[in-house]
Design a protein around this ligand. Structure first.
Ligand SMILES: [Zn+2]
Length: 238
């Protein structure tokens, strides 16, 4: 009965409870938010010896990686607040959440996630360059709340928005003048940790032999504009 001092009798005829992987996938489908998922890839301008990107690189703008592709799928999101006391107050958890994706969406470290059903507020300072097409904003605004030069509001009639560009009436600004914009955007996050990438389980129910099943995976994500080195390239989605 005893085996190394442990009583294993209780485990002999124990009913097996399998994790219902399809149920978890269904949860993501039924309750998840719509996301636009872009993959990240290292840029070939990276020096393989020093690991440094070329700061004049036209494809990554010196970041060392860029985004490509783009797929619409679903993700469940949770606030990180439940675990707040594990982190220094007000530090790590600013703009950070957890997200669970389908097992087959192989989201990776540094990938970019845009939440299509939600809105967030974003503020940016832009240097006027006088581009005839308009000045480039980091994100495509859903709505521009205000544009200001120091405290002075620029009237809405003095500019037009097209995509991620803002174009002012002639003569309002000179090159190198700065203005700030407050706008509504789609919330954009970057994957900063992959704690459950290896999540899976053996399942026997309904199968002749045990099968290895991957489970929906959890990722830690952070607002892109709150990243320590916030990238300055606009998202590729139009
Ligand atoms: Zn590059």
């Amino acid at each position: 009965m005893a085996d190394n001092g442990k009583n294993l009798e209780h485990a002999k005829d124990l009913g097996r409870i399998d994790v219902k992987n399809q149920e978890l996938e269904k949860m993501v489908d039924q309750h998840g938010a719509n996301i636009y998922w872009e993959r990240s890839i290292f840029c070939s301008c990276l020096d393989t010896y020093t690991g440094q990107p070329d700061f004049t690189c036209p494809s990554c703008k010196g970041k060392g990686y860029f985004y490509f592709g783009g797929t619409q799928t679903k993700a469940l999101v949770y606030s990180i607040n439940a675990k707040k006391d594990q982190y220094p107050i007000g530090m790590l958890d600013v703009g950070t959440s957890y997200m669970t994706c389908h097992s087959y969406d192989r989201v990776a470290f540094r990938d970019r996630i845009t939440f299509l059903d939600m809105k967030s507020i974003y503020s940016q300072v832009v240097t006027f360059e006088g581009d005839p097409e308009g000045e480039v904003l980091k994100y495509k605004p859903l709505d521009v709340i205000t544009v200001r030069n120091l405290g002075q509001e620029i009237p809405k009639t003095a500019y037009t928005i097209a995509g991620n560009r803002i174009k002012f009436q002639d003569g309002l600004f000179n090159p190198n003048d700065r203005f700030s914009v407050l706008m509504e955007i789609l919330p954009t996050y970057v994957v900063i940790d992959i704690p459950h990438e290896l999540r899976g389980t053996y399942i026997k129910f309904g199968y002749m032999t045990e099968q290895w099943m991957e489970l929906p995976k959890q990722y830690m994500i952070k607002r892109e504009d709150l990243m320590p080195s916030s990238p300055d390239t606009p998202p590729s989605m139009g």
